[in-house]
Design a protein around this ligand. Structure first.
Ligand SMILES: C[S@@+](CC[C@H](N)C(=O)[O-])C[C@H]1O[C@@H](n2cnc3c(N)ncnc32)[C@H](O)[C@@H]1O
Length: 282
C-alpha cells in the first residue's frame, strides 16, 4: 500500500499517510476502507481528505467511491496491489480486536489461500504428531485456535474423533462447522484467564497450529491453557520460533516435560519453519 501511495501522491505521500490514520472503518476490515479511500482519490489529496471525512460519517460511501463495495473486494484489491500475502499480514496483528477483524474478512478464502496457494503443512504435521502419540482414540482433545478446522479434519482422518475447537473468530468457526470434524466449536479468547475455570481438566490432550505466533497468542496464556488439561495430558503445539523460549520457560515453571521440539517446515517449498512441540503435563 505504501508503494501505491508514494506512486500516486508523490511528495505528498507522508501527508496522505497521516490523513489515512483518521479513516474510520466501523466493523469493516480497515485495509478495505483505507484502500477504497486511496483508490477513490485518484491521486488528488483534497479528494482524499474528503473521503477520510466521509469515512467518519459512513464508511460504506467510501467503499463505493473506491469500487470496493462488493463481495469480490479482496480480488479487486489483489489485482491493484498484487497478491496480498495474508500470512505476513496475520503475523503483524497488534490486538485481539485486530485479529477478530482480520479473520472475519479472511474466513471464506482462508483454506484456498493457506492450503492451496501457500502450501501450509504445519496443521497436517502437528495432527500426525499428536495422533501417533495418543494412547487411544477416545482421548478428549482441545484444538486451540482451530480456525477453519484443518487440524480437526486431519485428526479425524487418523481416527481421533473427540475434538473440541476453540477460536476467537465466529466466522472461522462457521467454516470449520461445515467439515463435521469436531464434537463442538466454541468462540473463545485464549488470553482469557477464565478458560481454565470453565474447562478445568476437561481434556486429555491439546493441539494447536498457527496460533502461537506473532500478533496472536503468546506464552502468557500458557497457565490457563494447561489448566484445561488432565495430569499426564499430551500437548502438540506449533510454536513460532521467536516465541519458543518464552513457551519453554512457561512449560518449565508449570511441570510440563518437553518430549521433542524440532524445527520443521510449515510450508511446502518455503523457508518458513516453526517448532513442532510434543510435550506432556506431569
Ligand atoms: C493462522 S490461523 C490457524 C487456524 C488453524 N489452526 C489452522 O491450522 O489452519 C490462527 C487462528 O488463531 C485464531 N486466534 C487468534 N488470536 C486468538 C485468540 N486470542 N484466541 C483464540 N483464537 C485466536 C484466529 O482466529 C485464527 O483462526
Amino acid at each position: 500500500m505504501a508503494r501505491h501511495i508514494a506512486a500516486q501522491f508523490g511528495e505528498e505521500a507522508d501527508h496522505v499517510t497521516l490523513l489515512l490514520a483518521a479513516v474510520e472503518s466501523g466493523n469493516q476490515d480497515r485495509e478495505r476502507v483505507v484502500a477504497a479511500a486511496v483508490l477513490g482519490a485518484h491521486g488528488d489529496v483534497l479528494e482524499l481528505g474528503r473521503l477520510v471525512e466521509l469515512s467518519q460519517r459512513d464508511w460504506r460511501d467510501v467503499l463505493v467511491a473506491g469500487g470496493l463495495e462488493h463481495g469480490d473486494w479482496p480480488d479487486v484489491l489483489d489485482t491493484w496491489l498484487g497478491p496480498v500475502d495474508h500470512l505476513s499480514r496475520a503475523r503483524s496483528l497488534r490486538s485481539v480486536e485486530d485479529a477478530a477483524t482480520f479473520y472475519r474478512a479472511w474466513a471464506a478464502d482462508y483454506d484456498r489461500d493457506v492450503f492451496e496457494r501457500s502450501g501450509v503443512i504445519g496443521s497436517d504435521r502437528i495432527a500426525a504428531l499428536l495422533a501417533d502419540a495418543l494412547p487411544g482414540p477416545d482421548v478428549r482433545v482441545v484444538d486451540l485456535g482451530c480456525g477453519t478446522g484443518a487440524v480437526g479434519v486431519r485428526l479425524a482422518e487418523r481416527g481421533v474423533h473427540h475434538v473440541t475447537g476453540l477460536d476467537l473468530s465466529p466466522e472461522m468457526l462457521d467454516v470449520a462447522r461445515t467439515k463435521h470434524a469436531y464434537d463442538e466449536l466454541v468462540v473463545a479468547d485464549l488470553n482469557d484467564e477464565l478458560l481454565g475455570v470453565r474447562w478445568r481438566q476437561a481434556f486429555g490432550a491439546s493441539v494447536s497450529a498457527g496460533t502461537f505466533t506473532h500478533g496472536h497468542v503468546g506464552a502468557t496464556a500458557v497457565p490457563q491453557l494447561l489448566a484445561m488439561l488432565t495430569p499426564g495430558a499430551l500437548i502438540a503445539w506449533v510454536v513460532a520460533t521467536p516465541l519458543w523460549p518464552a513457551f519453554r520457560d512457561a512449560f518449565d515453571r508449570s511441570g510440563v516435560t518437553v518430549l521433542s521440539a524440532g524445527l520443521e517446515p510449515i510450508r511446502r517449498g518455503a523457508d518458513d519453519v516453526a517448532h513442532m512441540v510434543l510435550a506432556q503435563l506431569t
